[in-house]
Design a protein around this ligand. Structure first.
Ligand code: PHE
Length: 357
């Protein structure tokens, strides 16, 4: 028994890995292992012999079993130590100089738009992407039966069974942030609200999720003339061309009166798009004077205050400025596309240093 003991204690100590250890376990205490066989011999002993050998064999079996367990733990710990050494990483090393990450054109353009409007005294506001039916529609003078609800290809959230309230929606435009800003800050007010919006639509110029920036200016004497100046000033700064020409086309939105859609003069000559020349026009935004009912919904007295609002497609103006042909590629997460169209991470756009260095 002493020989068995020292043999297995030695072998266990020398085992190099878990497989070797498992072989030893089978050899020693497995069904047909040496110790198990020795235990079977007990039956053939005299009662006196058995009384002496039985407890010693049991003690030996439990000693070997715990030696196996201890060695197994030691091997696991050693394996972990090896991994920790091999996969060691110095997080204090400087970043690699090769530019692996880039800023997405949508983020870049959002920063550019914010920098330009900040310079004109607008602050930036955000609202939730899951919006109540009231903020997305009713408060904007789009009542339940209004065709605009159907036209917008709205995504509705699922309702709990038995809940008969109108379902929440994925906001179809950034205009609900107009209402939230009015309620939060009152008048006078100057905000832009960039963010994601959603409509069930998909082709070369439409994706089910896209980006808008809302603009809202409220004061006692704000007019369409101020709207026109702001947008022209914005386009000059954003497209970085002096000769930008805008066309205001009469239109209709339930939340503005009067309403105008704005096109920008451009040329497609030679298959490339140029802003500020040529005979083509491209629509970039919707706008108008805020409807009195909308001011009321936002808690602002329409007999005292008035203002303009606009909603512009961020992805649309990014495509125009940076010559990106297909909107769907914006959201494909293709690294080659991002390397080609992305921007340096440290080049923050501002009006002094330049918008798109
Ligand atoms: N919310 C409108 C849209 O998504 C755009 C808009 C905003 C029009 C503000 C007028 C005023 O089409």
């Amino acid at each position: 028994m002493d020989d068995l003991r020292s043999k297995y204690i030695d072998l266990i100590a020398q085992a190099a890995d878990e497989a070797a250890l498992e072989d030893l376990r089978v050899q020693a205490v497995g069904k047909k292992g040496e110790i198990s066989l020795a235990m079977r011999e007990l039956g053939r002993m005299t009662p006196e012999e058995r009384q002496e050998a039985g407890p010693r064999l049991n003690a030996l079996k439990s000693e070997i079993t715990s030696a196996l367990a201890a060695k197994k733990q030691a091997l696991t710990d050693a394996a972990l130590d090896d991994r920790l050494k091999a996969e060691w990483l110095d997080v204090t090393l400087p970043a690699r100089p090769s530019n692996h990450g880039t800023i997405h054109p949508v983020s870049q353009v959002t920063e550019e738009v914010s920098a330009i409007f900040a310079d004109m005294g607008f602050s930036v506001a955000e609202g939730p992407q899951i919006e109540s039916d009231w903020y997305n529609f009713d408060a904007l003078n789009i009542p339940g039966h209004h065709p605009a609800r159907a036209e917008m290809d709205t995504f509705y959230m699922q309702r709990k069974q038995g809940d008969n309230r109108p379902p929440h929606v994925l906001r179809t435009h950034t205009s609900p942030v107009q209402i939230r800003s009015m309620m939060d800050h009152g008048a006078p007010l100057r905000v832009i609200c960039p963010g994601r919006v959603y409509r069930a639509d998909y082709d070369q110029t439409h994706t089910p999720m896209f980006h808008q920036v809302e603009g809202l200016a409220i004061d006692t004497d704000i007019s369409m003339a101020n709207l026109k100046w702001c947008l022209e000033e914005f386009c000059r700064a954003f497209f970085e061309v002096d000769g930008v020409e805008l066309r205001f086309r009469a239109s209709h939105f339930p939340f503005t009166e009067p309403s105008a859609e704005v096109d920008i003069r451009c040329s497609w000559a030679g298959g490339t798009l140029k802003i500020g020349e040529g005979d083509d026009w491209l629509e970039i935004l919707g706008s108008g004077m805020v409807h009195p009912k909308v001011l009321e919904a936002g808690g602002i007295d329409p007999s005292q205050w008035q203002g303009f609002a606009f909603g512009m497609g961020i992805d649309r103006i990014a495509m125009l400025k940076y010559g990106i042909p297909d909107l769907r590629a914006f959201f494909d997460s293709d690294l080659r596309w991002l390397r080609h169209y992305g921007f340096g991470a440290l080049d923050r756009p501002d009006l002094v240093g330049g918008l798109s260095r």
